[in-house]
Write a protein that binds this ligand. Structure first.
Ligand SMILES: [Zn+2]
Length: 174
């Protein structure tokens, strides 16, 4: 008999259960991904003053193993689960707890990635990188060559299709 769990609780549980399994390199990489947070980001205001101060003063984390950084890592882990399917969350919960879960609740509203067409993008502002196809959304004329993606959007789309990636983690929008 599967345990019913709502989507938000499932995401929080996966994050808190998986943080202890991360190695130091993984911790550091998550911390660095989020090191650029500042007052303009809503997530920044969820951090306590001591951690906010570190982000300002230091160029990089002084000790990635310190639990002081856990809130930042939790945030990164949570972010990685937004937009994923309930089935994917059930698989993650099964891996972590060996118990069968039934995840219920609506998937967060996500935007379609212009490259892979999956609903993976949180917003189309800033320079968000698609977690599936790694396309960096630049907001400018998407079909020009070069830029951070080192190719045009049509080349990126062709390359993704050639790799034949089918993801059950995110919903496909077409
Ligand atoms: Zn993509």
């Amino acid at each position: 008999m599967a345990i019913k769990i709502d989507r938000n609780t499932a995401i929080l549980k996966i994050c808190s259960d998986s943080i202890s399994l991360l190695c130091v390199e993984e911790r550091e990489s998550y911390i660095l991904d989020w090191w650029g947070l500042d007052e303009d980001d809503t997530e920044y205001h969820e951090l306590d003053a001591a951690l906010q101060n570190k982000l300002h003063v230091l160029d990089e984390p002084d000790d990635s193993l310190s639990t002081e950084y856990d809130p930042l890592i939790q945030m990164a882990l949570r972010q990685n689960l937004y937009g994923t399917t309930n089935r994917y969350l059930e698989q993650q919960l099964h891996q972590l707890t060996s118990a069968e879960h039934l995840v219920e609740g609506d998937i967060e509203l996500m935007q379609k990635c212009p490259c892979c067409d999956y609903l993976t993008m949180k917003s189309k502002t800033g320079f968000e990188i698609c977690p599936l196809c790694k396309w960096e959304y630049t907001g400018e004329a998407q079909d020009k060559s070069g830029g951070p993606n080192h190719m045009s959007l049509s080349e990126g789309r062709a390359e993704f299709r050639q790799k034949n990636i089918v993801s059950t983690k995110w919903r496909h929008s077409v």
